[in-house]
Every structure is written in structure tokens, then in C-alpha cells.
Design a protein around this ligand. Structure first.
Ligand code: 5AD
Ligand code: SF4
Length: 442
């Protein structure tokens, strides 16, 4: 018996899908201690902050929320506060968590969430503060249990870490070197999610999924892994993120074209429309190469939905470079764009570049870009007319809706949703007020 049994926990998550999934694992670990989850942070005995440091804003948000707990901890010292994730792994972060937050009981890095249970049990006995930041994982990152947020889409890790070292990015510094999971373990996990737990979408996760397998003995490629997972029987689809244009080869285009279980959706971060900026970012591709992939993809996979990440205001970005990014958006016509202002990350090469861009220029550039993308997206709606999409049938506000692989909703009037999740082909037959309607055709 430990003092956690029957008590409540609350997990606060910042950052990307990797972190969201890691928090699902943390919830699994806490439940194996006999704890229950609460939505109310004030009721929780154990509070875990799973942090992100990709940009300064993410760090500030986490830090301010953690500091706000100081009072609650002084009123009730039996609360256990844990920090894990990318912020705690940083060597030279903006905030020194170890010295600035003495009321935090346990600080873990990115390689050891699996030891959270053991540390909590030790802390329960000794009440001595625990700090464990490892340089690399010493044991598997798989956990015995995982409590997933979503009942339709399940995240599955396939590769940890990143070896790309883009000059702006902190990830390789806090997540370590690339480490692929065994394909058989991934297969087993996906099969269970699909066949026993009824998941309809499986999203394979990695900082760079296209690097999958390079470190494995048999060098299974990512395209091969996809084909292998598509052999699993069941009514489901596979998504994956994040892809890197440098490693996105013809084998990927082929597998996306031929395997019907792969969602017609791709998030392919371009970061900039200027080849000069891409070179300084150490992205290992130029715009010509990127556009070649997009062209081939659009030809091979009609109706594919595309999204991307853009950084504006990278050091040395001129008006000309920025306008090339704008030109790229007009050309590709993404369904969604995630645009970020460059944020200086201590310890990365770009932080040392002397031609940093002023914040107000970054601000103007990002706002103009987002305004343009909004117009493109509005205009894009026309392309759906008279086309048929393989959709997951769901109910939204009491109405049956088909959701495309890219997340677009197609209303299906006069159709009775029977609470089952299944895929069906939906043909768009009307567009009104930027809303799509259609009929089920199979
Ligand atoms: N500043 C701004 N955006 C960044 N990203 C990564 N590092 C930074 C940074 N220092 C963005 C990239 C990446 C996404 C996850 O976050 O666009 O694809
Ligand atoms: Fe960061 Fe580049 Fe690795 Fe993506 S590929 S995680 S942007 S270093």
C-alpha cells in the first residue's frame, strides 16, 4: 500500500503530439499506482507538468503555470509536483528549473518517464527531492499501460529523437539521437488498437518518421513499415507525422498511392520558400526538390490533403526570401499551414547568427502570411465539389458528418448516424456558406 492509492492526479501537457502521447503514457503509469485522474488541478495529489521548449512562448507558459502552484503546495505540502519533458532536459534553458522551483518534488528528463512510478514510490518514503536527467534512454520507452485521450485516433510511437540538427531547432538537443522501435512491437500495438480497441485512425509518431529504421539491424524503411502495418486486418487508416522532405522518397509516394489504408493526408513541413534560407536552416533540400515531391504526390494521390510548418523571421530572412514563402503558399495551396515566428533557442547554431530579425518585422510577416493562407483555404473549398472522399462517419451537433482524412467535415443531411464508427465514401453535392454537404455513395 502506498499513499497514492485511490488519490487523484492531473497531467498538464504542452507541445506536440509526441508530448500528448507521452502524457497518455504518464496517465497509464499513474493509474498503475491505483490513482484516478481529475480535471481539477486543485483536487490533485500528484500534478505532472509535461513541458515543451520548442519556442520561448511554450516555455513561458509552462513556467508561469508551474510557479502558480507554489501557494497551493505551501498550503498542502502533501501534494507531489513533477516536471518532465523537453524543458527539464535543456542544458541552458531560459529558466533553471532545478534552482528556481525548489517546491517541485520530482524533475525528470525526456528519456526516463518509465522510472516515474519508482521515483514516486521512493519519494513517498523519503520525501527527498528527486532530479534525474539522463543523456539517453537506458530502458525501453514503451510503458506497460497507456490511457489514451481519444477514442477514434490513437498515437503510436515509431521512432524517438532526431539526428537532423536543423539550425533553429532544440529538439535534437533535448530528445537525443534517433532510435526506432522494433517493427514487430509496433505491429502488435497497432493490431491491438484496431482489432481489440476499435481505433479507426492510427497516427504513427516520430520527429522525423522518414528516418525510421536507419538504426535497425535489418534497416526496415518507413515505407516498408507502412506496408507491413497495412497487412493488419480491419477497417482503419494510418496517418503519420512528421515527415522530412529530405528523406521523403519515391517509395513513400508509391506506398501512399497503392495502400488504401494510408490516409490521404500529409504534413510536410517546408519551413521556408527560400532555398537560401533552407540552406542556412540546414534542411538539406531546396525548393525545387520540395516542389518535385508535391507535384509527384498530387499526381499519384488525387484528393490528398496537405499541411505544412513555416518559420518566418529566421535570421537573415529578407523581404525577397519572405515573398518566396508567400509564392510557395500560393502555388501549393495547402489545406492547413502552421506558421511560427522564429524563436531563438540557446544552444542552437541559429541563436548565434548575427543577422537576427526584429520582433515587429516577424509579427507583420506572420500575420500577413496567415491572412493570405485564410484566403487560400476559403478558396480551396471549391475543389471539393463533385468529388468523392473516403470519410469517417461521425455525428457533429446532432447531424451525421463525414470527416475526410484531412479533417474536413462534409454534412450528410437526412442520414441517421447509428453511433458506429465506420468509413464510407461521401460525394460532395453542395457548398453553401463555406460548408460542404454530400451523400453516402457506398
Ligand atoms: N522557432 C520557431 N519555430 C520553430 N520550430 C522549431 N523550432 C523553432 C524555433 N526555434 C517549428 C518548426 C517545426 C515545428 C514543430 O516548430 O516549424 O516544424
Ligand atoms: Fe527539429 Fe529539424 Fe529534427 Fe524536425 S527535423 S525535430 S525541425 S531538428
Amino acid at each position: 500500500m502506498n499513499s497514492y492509492e485511490g488519490k487523484l492526479f492531473h497531467v498538464v501537457t504542452y507541445g506536440c503530439q509526441m508530448n500528448v502521447h507521452e502524457s497518455e503514457k504518464i496517465r497509464g503509469i499513474l493509474s498503475t499506482l491505483g490513482m484516478l485522474e481529475t480535471e481539477d488541478i486543485n483536487q490533485a495529489k500528484v500534478i505532472v507538468f509535461n513541458t515543451c521548449c520548442i519556442r520561448e512562448g511554450a516555455e513561458d507558459r509552462a513556467y508561469n503555470n508551474i510557479i502558480a502552484l507554489k501557494k497551493a503546495k505551501s498550503i498542502d505540502p502533501s501534494k507531489v509536483i513533477v516536471i518532465c519533458g523537453c524543458m527539464s532536459q535543456q542544458k541552458k534553458g531560459k529558466y533553471n528549473l532545478k534552482t528556481k522551483l525548489p517546491f517541485v518534488d520530482i524533475i525528470l528528463g525526456t528519456h526516463n518517464i518509465n522510472s516515474l512510478k519508482e521515483h514516486l514510490l521512493n519519494f513517498d518514503k523519503s520525501h527527498v527531492r528527486i532530479i534525474e536527467i539522463l543523456d539517453s534512454a537506458t530502458s525501453s520507452m514503451d510503458t506497460e499501460k497507456c490511457i489514451r485521450d481519444d477514442k477514434v485516433n490513437a498515437y503510436v510511437n515509431i521512432i524517438y529523437g532526431c539526428d537532423k540538427f536543423c539550425t533553429y531547432c532544440i529538439v535534437p538537443h533535448v530528445r537525443g539521437r534517433e532510435k526506432s522501435r522494433d517493427p514487430k512491437d509496433i505491429y502488435k500495438e497497432v493490431k491491438d488498437l484496431v482489432q481489440n480497441q476499435g481505433y479507426k485512425y492510427i497516427t504513427l509518431l516520430g520527429q522525423n518518421v522518414n528516418s525510421y529504421g536507419k538504426d535497425l539491424k535489418d534497416k526496415t524503411s518507413f515505407a516498408e513499415l507502412l506496408s507491413y502495418l497495412c497487412k493488419i486486418e480491419g477497417d482503419f487508416k494510418i496517418k503519420f507525422m512528421t515527415s522530412h522532405p529530405m528523406d521523403f522518397g519515391d517509395d513513400m509516394i508509391k506506398v501512399m498511392k497503392t495502400e488504401s489504408k494510408i490516409a490521404k493526408f500529409l504534413h510536410l513541413p517546408v519551413q521556408s520558400g527560400s532555398s537560401k534560407v533552407l540552406a542556412r536552416m540546414n534542411r538539406h533540400y531546396d525548393i525545387k526538390h520540395y516542389m518535385k515531391i508535391i507535384k509527384k504526390l498530387k499526381r499519384a494521390v488525387p484528393n490528398i490533403s496537405l499541411s505544412t510548418d513555416i518559420i518566418v523571421g529566421f535570421p537573415g530572412e529578407t523581404d525577397k526570401d519572405y515573398n518566396q514563402t508567400i509564392k510557395l503558399l500560393n502555388k501549393v495551396k495547402y489545406d492547413q499551414v502552421f506558421a511560427f515566428m522564429y524563436s531563438k533557442r540557446t544552444g542552437t547554431p541559429a541563436a548565434e547568427f548575427t543577422d537576427q530579425i526584429e520582433d515587429d518585422i516577424k509579427n507583420t510577416r506572420v500575420n500577413r502570411l496567415l491572412r493570405l493562407q485564410k484566403i487560400i483555404q476559403k478558396d480551396q473549398i471549391k475543389k471539393y465539389f463533385n468529388k468523392t472522399y473516403d470519410c469517417l462517419i461521425q455525428q457533429v451537433n446532432g447531424v451525421a458528418v463525414g470527416i475526410t482524412d484531412g479533417g474536413k467535415e462534409i454534412y450528410i443531411p437526412n442520414y441517421r448516424y447509428d453511433n458506429q464508427n465506420y468509413f464510407a465514401k461521401v460525394k460532395v453535392d453542395s457548398i453553401r456558406n463555406h460548408k460542404l454537404s454530400g451523400v453516402i455513395v457506398s
